[in-house]
Design a protein around this ligand. Structure first.
Ligand code: PRT
Ligand code: ZN
Length: 224
């Protein structure tokens, strides 16, 4: 196994894939991602790209299985909260916040509800895929609530009678609107970020990262 190749994890297919790939290409990495393979070798640099579910990326970086990752801050923060609750190591270095993947994690309630503040939801059932971030929001306010964990289709939970409210990602708000819901609190604002394992890397890998960072920085500035 060639351990000296830098390993970068990115989302295989989803909202972050195209932009992640474009960012790496703009830094001069020659990547051929046409094949449906887990690992893509960068042709012109000692780098391997791992293409995985976005949810797996924070853990892979925290455990040092890969050296860098491109991930939504929402997913990173949620995994950190989950690991911290279990007393597990959850450190990563955030090298750079990126300019894509913008969204917010928000509380939403049925349109007809007379919402006057988070207290309205005290003791209520709230469906979410982000139990850690939701818990933190309610803990900070000293309010009790019941978490309903759903991996997907969170927005249909109130109509299906599974929950009184939801806590889900929003970008345009069209999904909430289509499901008769209204956004009432933003609990977390997120963008994609480039993260690095907390453990020190072999010097050749670190030198490569140090060479790539100004290019990424330059790219981001150019399109500001
Ligand atoms: O398969 P894999 O696990 O890798 O992908 P995924 O389905 O878990 O994630 P994906 O591709 O949907 O999202 C990846 C990341 O993109 C998220 O973790 C966020 O950081 C970011 N992102 C940005 C979003 C959105 N915008 C977004 N709008 N992620 C999800 N949504 C969904 C939201 O959950 C809701 O269903 O889009 C809907 C709301 O959109 P609007 O425009 O109707 O408000
Ligand atoms: Zn996911």
């Amino acid at each position: 196994m060639e351990t000296q190749r830098l390993r970068i994890a990115m989302q295989k297919s989803g909202r972050l894939s195209q932009d992640s790939q474009a960012l790496l290409k703009s830094c001069g990495l020659k990547i051929n991602l046409l094949e449906q393979r887990l690992i893509a070798h960068v042709e012109n640099m000692p780098i391997d790209i791992l293409r995985v579910r976005d949810d797996d990326i924070p853990g892979l970086v925290m455990d040092g299985v890969v050296d860098l990752g491109i991930i939504g801050e929402n997913v990173l923060e949620e995994e950190q909260l989950r690991r911290q609750a279990l007393g597990q190591a959850a450190e990563v270095k955030v090298l750079k916040q990126l300019d894509f993947g913008s969204c917010r994690l928000s509380l939403a309630v049925p349109r007809e509800m007379n919402y006057t503040g988070a207290e309205c939801l005290a003791g209520k059932r709230i469906a979410t895929s982000y139990p850690g971030l939701l818990q933190r929001f309610f803990d900070e306010r000293g309010l009790p609530f019941k978490s309903v964990m759903l991996g997907g289709s969170v927005e249909v939970a109130p109509r299906a009678g599974l929950a009184d409210a939801i806590c889900d990602l929003v970008s345009t708000g069209a999904t909430l609107e289509a499901n008769g819901l209204k956004e009432v609190e933003v609990i977390y604002r997120s963008k994609a970020a480039l993260i690095q394992a907390a453990q020190p890397l072999e010097s050749s890998k670190q030198q490569l990262i140090d060479k790539l960072m100004p290019r990424i920085q330059g790219m981001l500035q150019a399109r500001e």
